[in-house]
Design a binder for this molecule. Structure first.
Ligand SMILES: NC(=O)c1ccc[n+]([C@@H]2O[C@H](COP(=O)([O-])OP(=O)(O)OC[C@H]3O[C@@H](n4cnc5c(N)ncnc54)[C@H](O)[C@@H]3O)[C@@H](O)[C@H]2O)c1
Length: 351
C-alpha cells in the first residue's frame, strides 16, 4: 500500500519508511529538507516540497495513489517554540489542517500522527497514562494537542480514522546502521553524550524509546486502522525513566571513553520525571519494545555516531550547545534530571 510519509527525511520518519518497506508497504516521502536529509530517504521516492503547498500535496496524493498518511513533518524544538509560537502554529497546526483538507478531498481518511508527551505538560502523576490531563506548557506541546483535538472532531464529522502516537524520547539508531539521528542543533542527551565521549562535541539530558521500536509502532498503528480499529491516542515510551547519570554511565560503558560532566542547577519549569505508561499501546497494538534497553539504544546510536560525524552524512553543518527536554528540543543551556542537573562538556581543547 502507498503511504505518504510527511517528514520522512527526518529522524523518526526515515526509520519508519524502512519499517514500512519491511512490512510490504511503499512509502512516498514528502519533506522540505529543512531538518531532514536527502541521504536518509532510502526507501521509496522523495518529493521535495513544503506542506504549505496545498496544490503539491494534492498532486502527490493523487499521482501516487496514496491510501494513508503518516504525518511527522513539524517544527519540534520546545524551547524555540516559546519564542516563535507563530511559526510553530503555522507549520504544526495550519499546515496540518491543509494536509487534512487534501486528504479528505482525495478520500484518504487514515492518518497516524506524531504527537508528543509534551501535550501533558507537568505530570500530576507518573507513569503517565493516556487519560492524564493534557496541559501543555509550550507552544510546541499546544500545537500537538490542537492537532489531536482536530483529529477527534474530523473523526466525528468526516469519518477520519486516526492514531495519535505520543512519543516520549526517541533514541538510538537503525540496528543495521543504515540511518540514524542527525539533528542540527542536536539536543538529545544520548547523541550529545556519545559525541562528547568521542570528542566530537560539547554538552547534554533523559527517558528513551528506541527509534526502531517507534518505527514499528507506526506500522502497527497503520495496520490497526486498516483493520477497522477505533481511533486512539497512545503513549510510546519504555515505562522506565533513566537518569542522566545512568545514560552517561551507559555511554561510557559502550564507548569505553569518559564523558566529561559538569554538575549544573536544574532548570525551573521542567518536569522532573516524564515516564510513560505504555500499557495501552501494548494491549491495543500488541506492541512490545525490542530494542529499547539503554545499552541497545546506546550501542546502536554509538555505532551510528562513530561512523557519521554530525552533518557529514548530509549537507548540513554546524552544531550548537542546545539541550533536550522530554524528547523534543529545548532551551540552550545545561539541564536537569531528578534532583540536579548535569552538563556534559568536551575534553579540554576539543570544544
Ligand atoms: N524525536 C523525538 O523524541 C520526538 C518526541 C515526540 C514527538 N516527536 C515528533 O515526531 C516528529 C518527528 O520527529 P523527528 O525527531 O524525526 O524530527 P525531524 O526534525 O528529524 O523530522 C521532521 C521532518 O519534517 C520536515 N518538515 C518540517 N516542516 C515541514 C514542512 N512544512 N513541509 C515538509 N517537511 C517539513 C523536516 O525537514 C524533517 O525532515 C515530529 O512531529 C516531532 O514533533 C519527536
Amino acid at each position: 500500500m502507498r503511504i505518504l510519509v510527511t517528514g520522512g527525511a527526518g529522524y523518526i520518519g526515515s526509520h519508519t519508511a524502512k519499517a514500512l518497506v519491511q512490512a510490504g508497504h511503499e512509502p512516498v516521502v514528502f519533506d522540505n529538507l529543512s531538518e531532514g536529509h536527502r541521504w536518509s530517504v532510502k526507501w521509496g521516492p522523495l518529493v521535495e516540497g513544503d506542506l504549505s503547498d496545498g496544490a503539491l500535496v494534492r498532486q502527490v496524493i493523487a499521482t501516487h495513489g496514496i491510501k494513508a498518511v503518516i504525518h511527522f513533518a513539524a517544527h519540534a524544538y520546545v524551547g524555540e517554540s516559546m519564542h516563535r509560537p507563530r511559526e510553530y502554529f503555522r507549520n504544526n497546526v495550519t499546515n496540518t489542517l491543509g494536509l487534512l483538507d487534501a486528504m479528505l478531498e482525495a478520500g484518504v481518511c487514515r492518518i497516524v500522527f506524531s504527537s508528543s508527551c509534551a501535550t501533558y505538560g507537568i505530570p500530576r502523576n507518573v507513569p503517565i497514562t493516556e487519560s492524564h490531563p493534557q496541559n501543555p506548557i509550550s507552544p510546541y506541546g499546544e500545537s500537538k494537542r490542537a492537532v489531536e483535538r482536530f483529529l477527534y472532531w474530523y473523526g466525528q464529522a468526516y469519518g477520519a480514522d486516526w492514531m495519535a502516537l505520543r512519543y516520549f524520547n526517541a533514541a538510538g539508531a537503525d540496528p543495521d546502521g543504515e540511518i540514524g539521528e542527525d539533528h542540527h542543533p542536536e539536543t538529545h542527551l544520548i547523541p550529545i553524550a556519545i559525541q562528547a565521549a568521542l570528542g566530537k562535541r560539547p554538552f547534554v539530558e533523559v527517558d528513551y524509546i528506541h527509534v526502531t521500536d517507534l518505527a514499528r509502532a507506526h506500522v502497527l498503528a497503520l495496520h490497526y486502522l486498516l483493520g477497522g480499529g477505533e481511533s486512539a491516542a497512545l503513549n510510546f515510551g519504555t515505562g522506565e525513566g533513566k537518569s542522566v547519570r545512568e545514560v552517561i554511565a551507559a555511554v561510557e560503558r559502550v564507548t569505553g571513553h569518559r564523558v566529561p560532566v559538569r554538575e549544573a542547577a536544574r532548570r525551573s519549569g521542567d518536569p522532573r520525571v516524564l515516564v510513560a505508561n505504555p500499557a495501552k499501546a501494548g494491549r491495543i497494538l500488541d506492541w512490545k519494545p525490542q530494542y529499547s534497553s539503554l545499552d541497545t539504544i546506546v550501542e546502536t546510536a554509538s555505532r551510528w555516531h562513530q561512523a557519521h560525524s554530525p552533518g557529514v552524512a548530509g549537507p548540513d553543518q554546524g552544531v550548537s550547545g542546545w539541550v533536550a527536554q522530554a524528547g523534543e528540543r529545548s532551551l540552550p543551556a545545561t539541564y536537569a534530571i531528578s534532583g540536579g542537573g548535569v552538563a556534559v562538556e568536551p575534553p579540554p581543547g576539543r570544544r
